[in-house]
Write a protein that binds this ligand. Structure first.
Ligand code: NAD
Ligand code: IPM
Ligand code: MN
Length: 362
């Protein structure tokens, strides 16, 4: 029986709606396994700005510092409202601030097509008939996101920098993860035909590969990777890449299983890890009880696995999610026109009920 303290940062838009369902799932785990989760809610993003005129207040950082893990929703407002002080730089201050503060250098984003959702994949059946099961390992505290940013009149600069240390962490994770998979392959995605940083990534990967003789290492330019992701998605197992390439390719990979609303993520840090859906605050559907809570719920499952080493509990959540989807319960992002969709709340409720049922049968 474990006791864990979790900083709960719901944030903006659909964040609080999907977080409520992740909390329901965590409460179900408490009941089923006798663990205790102390949930410490704190403000972040636009929600924090309303209260403190700041997107990442010190008291939120303090709550995170005192926690065993951080469960994060999403931050940011409508893409068209970025000059409103409430939204201006909310993501940079809050999200990038937390990533830097906690050294969250390894971001994991799985993309798996469940056979019973294969018809929702935007690609033709013959392209995905061999299945898709890939893990994107994205570097998260370096690269162009954290280089110098400057605007001088009509000129703006953003600088991409990497050090060997920053590259080694995600690559080590990628090699280790590949070892445990059916296809023991790491694809390092870069732009080494142009960028020095990419050449450094290749050097580090080549220096490391002898330690992992069982893992095949390949390099691919990012433009080709974007194409291969659509044409041969089954050919990827672990994809390791720098911060911005990983951001873009993970949104692309997220729709292969049917929706961005299915993709969880884990951001592994020096001491405390953070768990967040790959998608954002989705202002277009916020407040309507129709967002898909599964990315948030699966992020909580990753938290149980990576931060608390509760693998059986994480698996129970993952199995319940699959069963509920397979039984035909879907939020609007996973339904075609004319098909009926369930609400965010109903989806959370169904997953919790399935967890109770599954646990009762074992
Ligand atoms: P978005 O990811 O919020 O939404 C893109 C599309 O995906 C929208 O149509 C949205 O409705 C849909 N979508 C996303 N999550 C969904 C879910 N769980 N269920 C159903 N549909 C879902 O990206 P955007 O619209 O480009 O950005 C909106 C705001 O979110 C911006 O301020 C952006 O900076 C921010 N953002 C935050 C994070 C984060 O906090 N981790 C991540 C990405 C974007
Ligand atoms: C993500 C998001 C963030 C990123 C934004 C909101 C800064 O898109 O987590 O994928 O680019 O990392
Ligand atoms: Mn993104």
């Amino acid at each position: 029986m474990g006791e864990f303290t979790i900083a709960v940062l719901s944030g903006d838009g659909i964040g609080p709606e999907v977080m409520r369902q992740a909390i329901r799932i965590l409460r179900t785990i408490e009941r089923l396994y006798g663990h205790t989760f102390a949930l410490k809610e704190a403000l972040v993003g636009g929600a924090a700005y309303d209260a403190h005129q700041c997107h990442l207040p010190q008291e939120t950082i303090d709550v995170c510092e005192a926690a065993d893990a951080i469960l994060f929703g999403s931050v940011g407002g409508p893409v068209t409202a970025q000059n409103d002080p409430k939204w201006k730089d909310a993501e940079k201050t809050a999200l990038l601030g937390l990533r830097k503060r906690f050294g969250l250098g390894v971001n994991l984003r799985p993309s798996v097509i469940y056979p019973f959702l294969a018809h929702l994949c935007p690609l033709k059946h013959e392209i995905i008939k061999d299945g898709v099961d890939m893990l994107i390992v994205r570097e998260l505290v370096g690269g162009i996101y954290f280089g110098k940013h400057q605007t001088d009149g009509d000129k703006a600069i953003d600088v991409m920098e990497y050090t060997v240390d920053q590259i080694e962490r995600p690559l080590r994770f990628a090699f280790e993860a590949a070892r445990m998979r059916r296809h023991k392959k790491v694809t390092v995605v870069d732009k080494a035909n142009v960028l020095d940083t990419s050449r450094l990534w290749r050097r580090v990967a080549n220096d490391m590969k002898d330690k992992y003789p069982d893992v095949q290492l390949e390099f691919m330019y990012v433009d080709n990777a974007a194409m291969q992701l659509i044409q041969h998605p089954s050919s990827f197992s672990v994809m390791a890449t720098e911060n911005m390439f990983g951001d873009i390719l993970s949104d692309a990979a997220s729709v292969l299983p049917g929706s961005l609303g299915l993709m969880p993520s884990a951001s592994l840090g020096d001491r405390i890890h953070m768990y967040e859906p790959a998608g954002g605050s989705a202002p277009d559907i916020a407040g309507q009880n129709k967002a898909n809570p599964i990315a948030q719920i699966l992020s909580a499952a990753l938290m149980l696995r990576y931060s608390f080493h509760l693998d059986a509990e994480a698996q129970l959540i993952e199995r319940a999610v699959q069963n509920v989807l397979e039984a035909g319960k879907r939020t609007g992002d996973l339904t075609h026109q004319g098909e009926s969709a369930v609400t965010t709340d109903a989806m959370g409720e169904a997953i919790a009920a399935e967890m109770e049922r599954l646990k009762g049968t074992t």
